[in-house]
Unconditional design. Structure first.
Length: 129
């Protein structure tokens, strides 16, 4: 299951302009634009036994996502105060909504990317990965 989830998350993230993968922190994989992370695929982050994808949201949006669906979303340690949120990919009764993941990744990319690259990606989904 982990391999399939990682493969799909990687496909979505690397479809964005100048995005790269960073495997320096196994078993996690970071996704960068320039020198900034816009997504993290995490396994057992801080011993939580979960598989998730961390993304950066607009100010306050991370807490709203968790409040709306606390089973699907979580606030990651240390970086939640900077707008990061984790989308849990391992819910047994709820399949991953990859369109929603792609939208979250795209929004995170726009927040983190240099302006010239962010303009290439529509936060509304016109240039979906």
């Amino acid at each position: 299951m982990e391999a399939e989830l990682l493969a799909e998350a990687t496909r979505i993230c690397l479809a964005l302009p100048e995005a790269t993968a960073d495997d320096r922190h196994p078993p996690h994989r970071g996704f960068l634009v320039g020198r900034k992370n816009f997504a993290w695929f995490v396994i057992d982050e801080h011993g939580d036994s979960r598989i998730g994808l961390g993304v950066r949201a607009a100010s306050g949006e991370n807490e709203a996502l968790v409040a709306a669906d606390p089973e699907r979303f979580g606030l990651p340690k240390y970086v939640a105060r900077h707008g990061w949120v984790t989308y849990y990919l391992d819910l047994p009764e709820r399949p991953v909504a990859w369109e929603e993941v792609a939208e979250l990744v795209r929004d995170s990319y726009v927040v983190q990317a240099p302006k010239r690259l962010a303009r290439q990606v529509s936060a509304s989904g016109e240039d979906s990965p």
